[in-house]
Design a protein around this ligand. Structure first.
Ligand SMILES: C[S@@+](CC[C@H](N)C(=O)[O-])C[C@H]1O[C@@H](n2cnc3c(N)ncnc32)[C@H](O)[C@@H]1O
Length: 261
């Protein structure tokens, strides 16, 4: 058994595991940017493989994609060219020579802010990087979704996918660390190509909608919208010009906030 993050370490597998052939996430982000009148300069923080950053670049925006994973950045430069890709930690970043009209942070990258200090660091960094009136657009798992849904916890679940003839199987166990307010995940990957199993331990912050509103306000952001769906990873899935939801009960949150202070 080795340790690591099979998907983040192998971006090609990440895209195979989470395909987005219609670029729904990028289209959703672009729709938000247009709807709320953002200018052209966008930072995609926690950009992963770069496919959303490249989509935004393709719509005419000037995009910087930033991530902490060198494997992701190398893949993004090779496979999703257009944006500038740089190494940055979303818990504390600064681009002294630049300012952005919007920061986007998709697919729960924000939940790698585990502590309140991390969250403060993220929002202070966004504030430093944005023009007045700039937008923060985020899509993330909803901590409130796990309240009372204990069937999702402490029992292994098995999923899998096949890529280039190799079948990959993930056995995932989720548990809640109530003290740290973290959703902890142990995932063991096996593959039928003879490679050793990979154990991956990770955690997401369990962030609740009202807590998110509170911390955003404390950092000078006005919440324009915060709802569970439809979004690029919800069922039913988001469609252009469809109405946004008004509840925050589902497993994803979609956040649009404006820097006012
Ligand atoms: C679930 S992936 C989402 C990637 C991309 N936003 C997307 O929607 O496809 C989370 C990403 O966050 C990155 N990440 C994790 N911790 C980070 C940190 N502290 N600073 C910057 N990026 C981080 C990972 O390397 C990974 O690429």
């Amino acid at each position: 058994m080795t340790s690591g993050n099979l998907l983040t370490d192998n971006p090609v597998l990440y895209e195979a595991r989470f395909p987005d052939p219609d670029r729904l996430a990028g289209r959703w982000a672009e729709d938000c940017l247009r709807r709320y009148g953002a200018g052209p300069r966008v930072l995609d923080i926690g950009c992963g493989t770069g496919r959303d950053a490249a989509h935004l670049h393709g719509t005419g925006r000037t995009v910087v994609g930033a991530d902490l994973s060198e494997a992701m950045l190398a893949y993004a430069r090779a496979h999703h060219p257009g944006p500038e890709y740089v190494s940055a930690d979303l818990r504390a970043f600064a681009f002294p020579q630049r300012e952005f009209d919007a920061v986007v942070c998709l697919d729960s990258a924000l939940l790698y802010c585990h502590t309140n200090d991390d969250l403060d660091g993220f929002l202070a960094s966004c504030r430093r990087s944005l023009v007045p009136g700039g937008l923060l657009i985020a899509e993330l798992r909803n901590g409130a979704f796990f309240l009372g849904r204990t069937k999702l916890l402490d029992t292994p679940s098995v999923s899998g996918f096949t890529w280039q003839g190799t079948a990959y199987t993930a056995t995932t166990t989720l548990s809640v660390d109530r003290t740290a307010q973290l959703l902890r995940r142990i995932r063991v990957w096996t593959a039928d190509d003879g490679s050793p199993p990979v154990e991956q331990r990770s955690a997401w912050r369990l962030l609740f909608p009202q807590e998110l509103r509170y911390v955003l306000a404390a950092h000078g952001f006005e919440v324009i919208a915060l709802y569970d769906g439809p979004g690029p990873r919800t069922e039913p899935v988001w469609r252009e010009s469809g109405p946004a939801g008004e509840t925050a009960d589902g497993d994803r949150l979609h956040l649009i906030a404006r820097l006012t202070a």
